[in-house]
Design a protein around this ligand. Structure first.
Ligand SMILES: [Fe+2]
Length: 221
């Protein structure tokens, strides 16, 4: 789960052909189901459930034509800004997967002032909020992670973090989160062919195997 495989909707793949090549690689690695999550960000990527659903439909047809036995679903990666708060406040349904799970990300540098309010409201509305790649935020510490964890936020670590793709400090924080068992989902956050090609290396990483020993929701949803 967590990838950017719907063509030209965000900074992920540029074409269906590129998506098909990536999906085929995932299939060769043993994946049979992918949940792709285009960015929804009011400033940059103004994607809507209708637009995402339409693009998913096209991609599924391409996957069927290519004869790849992988089930592709779509949700979204919501950037925490005023527009996603407005969606929650107005009871507009969010794009979820496996019932009520939804993926969100925040500003990379400082903790958004609305973070706690957003978590509280989304839980109150019956959602299960998943924070995308907690290890990648400059403001994230183990203390902050513990607080969010106990507030009911689920954590999704990027498998790319486990081989130092985003740098050593991010790799270290991912390892600490795994050591604490504060990990609910592993995601690829795959945007392009290079990132899927790195999965082979990831699968040999010690902390990847350590993460797979945890009761991850990937295996249950
Ligand atoms: Fe992402």
């Amino acid at each position: 789960m967590h990838s950017h495989l719907l063509a030209a909707l965000d900074d992920g793949v540029k074409s269906h052909d590129e998506a098909i090549e990536i999906i085929n690689r995932f299939y060769q690695l043993g994946y049979t189901r992918l949940i792709t999550t285009p960015h929804i960000m009011s400033d940059t990527y103004r994607n809507t459930p209708a637009g995402i659903t339409e693009k998913l439909h096209e991609l599924k047809q391409e996957v069927a034509t290519a004869g790849i036995p992988v089930q592709v679903e779509a949700a979204a990666e919501y950037y925490l800004d005023e527009s996603v708060l407005a969606l929650i406040d107005s009871d507009s349904p969010l794009l979820t997967f496996a019932g009520s799970y939804f993926l969100f990300e925040t500003n990379f540098y400082s903790e958004p002032f609305q973070l706690k309010d957003f978590i509280f409201k989304s839980l109150t509305k019956g959602y299960k909020p998943i924070l995308a790649h907690p290890e990648r935020y400059a403001y994230m510490t183990m203390e902050k992670a513990e607080e969010l964890y106990h507030r009911g936020v689920l954590f999704q670590i990027n498998s790319l973090s486990l081989i130092g793709f985003y740098g050593k400090p991010i790799q270290k924080l991912a390892q600490k989160l795994i050591d604490q068992k504060w990990l609910h989902l592993l995601g690829s956050d795959c945007h392009n062919l290079i990132q899927v090609q790195l999965q082979t290396e990831i699968m040999q990483a010690k902390y990847y195997r350590k993460a797979l020993d945890l009761p991850l929701l990937n295996n249950q949803l």
